[in-house]
Design a protein around this ligand. Structure first.
Ligand code: URP
Ligand code: ZN
Ligand code: ZN
Ligand code: ZN
Length: 483
């Protein structure tokens, strides 16, 4: 036989094209695409004219990450990647987190241990840098970049991770010199600290006050500062989880200056709002489930984020999957069922719902087109993190990571329920939402991992992906720009 698998009658959409073809797959890769492949294959899947897109690349997920408050992420590499696969995502990039006082290599070694034998789809690692001792930043980080860890996340808030401006400068200098991508969590830590104190002193501690403790100005200021540091160091950054208008305005302004500022948003900033956190809920703790940072804003901000997807301001849409159980005592309620908002672990699940929700609420409502959808959820993250064209497109030579979509006929929409999902997290913040579609079939390197409602992969079948440098290292000093 010529192929291991042929997918016939596919309605293929990439970030650039749309056409009908057969896809021939051998050894986990796409080896032929033609209107009709006459060759033989061990297995044939008839797509019957259904839409086929590249498997999703989720450039921002948290799996089995160490925490500072004793809370435990619901998903490890098995349940997290299973959930991804069942929602059409075939590559995830979680974070190897440096603990202060430890090396980056420790973080990488520990994280490989956690992933080993568990992942069902392919994965790469970002690094979280929380300690910028010269030895780590000037010797160790460049070596790790060369070994395939080519993206770094830095935090401007959270006590156990935040970096000051000088430390951010050091990281950006290394990123520039060695061709890495820097992801920035942009919120002003001192503003949050002061606001939190004021709220708690006034007895305002319910989950809903999480939003008031991190208003838009806090994100806008930090976004602007991150842009300024990026300009100073003459190197690109990606602002992660952008939540609304004022941060978008900063990014728009930076682009107008010709600065290479990339931006990410997440379904929660398109679909959730501050009301989902309370404070007026029959069960005061309920809003804990939607506590994430930055917090979801309001309908007006959602619209501005949608517009930013349609007009190209955003480069990628990621889930920021950060699952903590609502039940039990190791998740959202680690500090008790009525704990003040500042002691509730931050984050919401979403790796499985990212593609179906964006297809339903974005493409099928006409807010974004299909090519934009593929770019935002697959092609662009693959390019941004040095995985393209192995990942992120449907092309000869690319991995056979594919999603065959089932579109529900109007009137036959389904309701999203937590029990349909394959995460170990016990809730979804999108409970009850109407779905117009879902992946019928997910293939990872030509293996069926999800088909007609059944998860079919084995733990350990996913492979680690070393990332290429997203851009050329830049020799010489960034100072040159200012002389
Ligand atoms: O609240 C969130 N987003 N938690 C996950 C960690 C992060 O900052 O992305
Ligand atoms: Zn973050
Ligand atoms: Zn995150
Ligand atoms: Zn099928």
């Amino acid at each position: 036989t010529d192929f291991d698998l042929i997918i016939r009658n596919a309605d293929i959409a990439t970030a650039a094209d749309r056409y009908s073809a057969d896809i021939g797959i051998r050894d986990g890769r796409i080896v032929a695409i033609a209107q009709t492949l006459s060759a033989s294959a061990a297995e044939v899947i008839d797509a019957c004219g259904r839409l086929v897109t590249p498997g999703g690349v989720d450039g921002h997920v948290h799996l089995d990450q160490p925490t500072s408050d004793g809370s435990v992420f619901s998903d490890d590499f098995f349940t997290g990647t299973r959930s991804a696969a069942c929602g059409g995502t075939t590559t995830v990039i979680p974070f190897a987190t440096q603990q202060r006082g430890h090396s980056l290599q420790d973080a990488v070694d520990d994280y490989h241990q956690r992933a080993k034998g568990k992942a069902v789809i392919d994965y790469a690692f970002h690094l979280i840098v929380s300690d910028t001792s010269p030895k780590l930043i000037q010797d160790e980080l460049p070596r790790l970049i060369a070994e395939g860890y080519t993206s770094v996340k830095i935090y401007m808030t959270y006590d156990d991770m935040k970096l000051g401006d000088r430390q951010i400068i050091e990281v950006l200098a290394t990123a520039r010199k060695h061709g890495a991508m820097t992801m920035v969590h942009a919120e002003n830590s001192d503003c949050i600290g002061w606001l939190t104190e004021q709220l708690l002193a006034a007895g305002l501690s319910a989950p809903g006050y999480h939003s008031q403790s991190r208003p838009m100005v806090v994100e806008r200021e930090a976004t602007h500062r991150a842009i300024a540091l990026s300009e100073l160091l003459d190197t690109p950054i990606l602002i992660v989880h952008v939540s609304g208008k004022e941060a978008i305005e900063q990014i728009h302004w930076a682009r107008g200056r010709g600065l290479p500022i990339f931006a990410e948003t997440c379904p929660q900033y398109l679909l959730l709002s501050a009301e989902d956190l309370g404070p007026q809920n029959d069960d005061g703790a309920y809003g804990m489930r939607c506590i994430c940072s930055p917090p979801p804003r309001d309908k007006g901000n959602q619209e501005v984020v949608w517009t930013g997807l349609a007009n190209g301001l955003f480069t990628i849409v990621s889930s920021d999957h950060a699952p903590f159980n609502y039940g039990g005592e190791q998740g959202k309620k680690i500090a008790g069922p009525t704990a003040p908002f500042n002691l509730v672990p931050n984050g919401i699940p979403g790796v499985e719902t990212r593609l179906p929700l964006l297809m339903s609420e974005g493409v099928l409502t006409g807010r974004i087109d299909l090519q934009r959808f593929v770019a935002l959820t697959s092609t662009n993250p693959a390019k941004l993190y040095g995985l393209y064209p192995q990942k992120g497109t449907i092309a000869v030579g690319s991995d056979a990571d594919l999603v065959i979509w089932e579109m529900y006929t109007p009137g036959q929409e389904r309701q999203l329920k937590a029990e349909m999902l394959h995460s170990a997290c016990d809730y979804t913040p999108y409970e009850g939402r109407s779905l117009r579609c879902w992946p019928a079939h997910t293939l990872s390197r030509g293996r069926t991992v999800w088909h007609d409602g059944v998860f079919t992969a084995q733990a350990g079948e996913g492979q680690f992906l070393p990332c290429l440098r997203p851009r050329e290292p830049v020799a010489g000093s960034p100072l040159a720009k200012w002389l």
